[in-house]
Design a protein around this ligand. Structure first.
Ligand code: G3P
Ligand code: MG
Length: 258
C-alpha cells in the first residue's frame, strides 16, 4: 500500500484548560487521564533565566500575584497560586518550571509541545535555557518545539536537529510552503481560520505537519479529523477524544505521499 494513513492526534491546549487551570500540573494530568495524545504548554523566562510554564508575559491574569514573569525569580513566582483564579479547589496549583513538567512527563508517554513565548530581546537567553533543560531528559522523540518567533525556531533547528520544530502563525501566509522550505521546518501550527481545505490538503501531501489551534466546536473537530492534519489543539479534551474515537471506526484517512 502506498503512502501513510494519517490519524489525527488530540493535543490538550495549555493542558485540559476547559476544565482545569491552564498550564498547571493538574491540567496536564487531566489531559493524560482523558486520553489526549499530547499537551501543548507555554514557556516564559524568569528573572533568574529559568523557563517556567505560563502563557502571559505577566502573572496578573492566571495567578494571585502581579508583575512581569521576567521581573520575578522562580522563588518569588512559587509564592503565588496558579489555580485559585480558576476555582478554589485548585488553590494549591503553582507555576511549574519546564524541568518539573519534563520530570513529570517521564512517568507517562504523552507527547509534549513546548511553545516558547517571551520577548525577542531575550531570544538568546531563552534558547540557551531551553537547550540546557532538554539535555537532562531523554525525550527528543516526544517533543515539538514551537513559537510565533520564527528566528528562535530557526536557530533551534540548527542547535537541536533531532527535535521536531514548528512555526506558529496567526494569519494566512503568502506561499507558506516556500517559507517553510526556506526555514527547513515541517511543522506548521496555524489558526484554524487561516487556511482553506484545499491548501491544507496540498501542504499535507507535500510532507508538512499541520496542526490547527484552537479547535473547540464539535463541528470543527469533526472537520479536522478528516483533514489529514497531524494533530489539533483543543481546550475541550474529553469531547475531542470522544468525537475522534467515535469517528475513526470504518473511515478512511487522507494520505501523505511516500
Ligand atoms: O501553540 C498554539 C497556540 O497555543 C498558540 O496561541 O496564545 O494559545 O499560545 P496561544
Ligand atoms: Mg500556546
Amino acid at each position: 500500500m502506498e503512502g501513510e494513513w494519517l490519524l489525527i492526534k488530540i493535543y490538550a491546549h495549555r493542558g485540559y484548560s476547559d476544565k482545569y487551570p491552564e498550564n498547571t500540573m493538574v491540567a496536564f494530568q487531566a489531559a493524560v487521564d482523558y486520553g489526549a495524545d499530547g499537551i501543548e504548554f507555554d514557556v516564559q523566562l524568569t528573572k533568574d533565566n529559568v523557563p517556567v510554564v505560563i502563557h502571559d508575559l505577566t502573572v496578573d491574569r492566571t495567578t494571585t500575584g502581579s508583575g512581569r514573569v521576567r521581573d520575578l525569580t522562580v522563588r518569588e513566582l512559587k509564592e503565588f497560586s496558579a489555580g485559585a483564579w480558576f476555582g478554589e479547589r485548585f488553590d494549591s496549583q503553582k507555576i511549574s518550571t519546564l524541568e518539573e513538567v519534563l520530570a513529570w512527563a517521564m512517568g507517562n508517554s504523552i507527547m509534549l509541545n513546548i511553545e516558547l513565548k517571551g520577548v525577542v530581546t531575550d531570544r538568546e537567553e531563552m534558547i540557551a535555557a531551553i537547550l540546557s533543560i532538554l539535555k537532562k531528559f531523554d525525550c527528543e522523540d516526544r517533543l515539538i518545539l514551537s513559537s510565533f518567533d520564527h528566528p528562535t525556531i530557526q536557530s533551534l533547528t540548527e542547535e537541536a536537529p533531532l527535535i521536531e520544530m514548528a512555526i506558529i502563525v496567526a494569519s494566512a501566509l503568502f506561499k507558506p510552503e516556500e517559507y517553510l522550505r526556506r526555514l527547513k521546518i515541517r511543522g506548521y501550527h496555524f489558526s484554524h481560520i487561516s487556511l482553506r481545505e484545499e491548501e491544507i490538503r496540498g501542504m499535507i501531501y507535500n510532507g508538512f505537519r499541520l496542526r490547527p489551534y484552537t479547535v473547540n466546536e464539535d463541528q470543527l473537530i469533526k472537520q479536522f479529523i478528516n483533514s489529514g492534519c497531524d494533530a489539533l489543539f483543543t481546550d475541550k479534551v474529553e469531547r475531542a477524544v470522544k468525537i475522534r474515537n467515535r469517528w475513526i471506526k470504518n473511515r478512511s484517512f487522507v494520505r501523505r505521499k511516500d
